[in-house]
Design a protein around this ligand. Structure first.
Ligand code: ZN
Length: 228
């Protein structure tokens, strides 16, 4: 997955964690704002710089805070864990944008794969706080799925039935879905209903995997019937 690097200037050298992180701790930002804004805020707290290891923005972009080897500053009692901050206030925001959910899931899947002993915890599991908010979709973010983005997107997006069926088929049969979120979500994070290049790629991959169906990029009746 793509992580945006910022080349932060740390006020003091960062401490190094010994061994792997015992947990992966999720937070919400309790508001909105850039990763730079968090860095400035944490500097103002007298910390070495941004205290989280990752910042997942509402638009789905993933930003590096501290390097993974470093001790964090995000949760007393758990700073030896990897801290992820999700933009937004999930005490009041009831749904997570599909792109943020997909990226968050991808990041969590990757971290859990690399640190199999680490457990996913919420900030509030360590100290009394509302963080990451009562509407934070932890279950959806940690749900094991061969294709992290598809089921959640299908559930929330009002997309044509054929696209839904393509996505479900791909999810169930291990057809790569690298571009699937582009297929169902437009740049603003809203469901897209068109049949663009990414939907064509998806149709092509799924039709190639369907026994007895001619490989196609188009939303054909044959493809529709085969996916019933
Ligand atoms: Zn928190």
């Amino acid at each position: 997955m793509k992580v945006i690097e910022h080349g932060w200037k740390w006020v003091r050298p960062l401490g190094r964690r010994s061994g792997g992180p015992p947990h992966i701790v999720v937070h919400h930002q309790a508001g909105t704002g850039s990763t730079e804004a968090i860095h400035r805020l944490h500097l103002a707290n007298g910390w070495s710089g941004i205290g989280y290891h990752y910042h997942v923005r509402l638009d789905g972009s993933v930003h590096r805070g501290r390097p993974e080897w470093a001790i964090g500053a995000h949760s007393p009692k758990a700073n030896d864990s990897v801290g992820i901050c999700f933009e937004g206030n999930y005490e009041t925001r009831k749904t997570m944008p599909a792109r943020q959910l997909a990226s968050g899931r991808e990041l969590l899947t990757d971290l859990r794969r690399r640190y199999p002993k680490a457990t996913v915890k919420r900030h509030k599991d360590f100290v009394p706080t509302a963080c990451p908010g009562k509407y934070f979709p932890l279950a959806a973010l940690t749900k094991a799925a061969p294709t992290p983005s598809a089921p959640a997107l299908v559930a929330k997006a009002k997309i044509p039935v054929l696209k839904q069926r393509l996505l479900w088929y791909a999810a169930d049969h291990g057809v790569p879905l690298t571009d699937a979120r582009v297929a169902v979500v437009d740049a603003s994070g809203s469901p897209s209903t068109g049949w663009g290049a990414s939907a064509q790629r998806l149709a092509q991959r799924v039709s190639a995997a369907l026994p007895g169906v001619k490989r196609t990029k188009q939303p054909t009746t044959e493809l529709f019937r085969a996916l019933k």
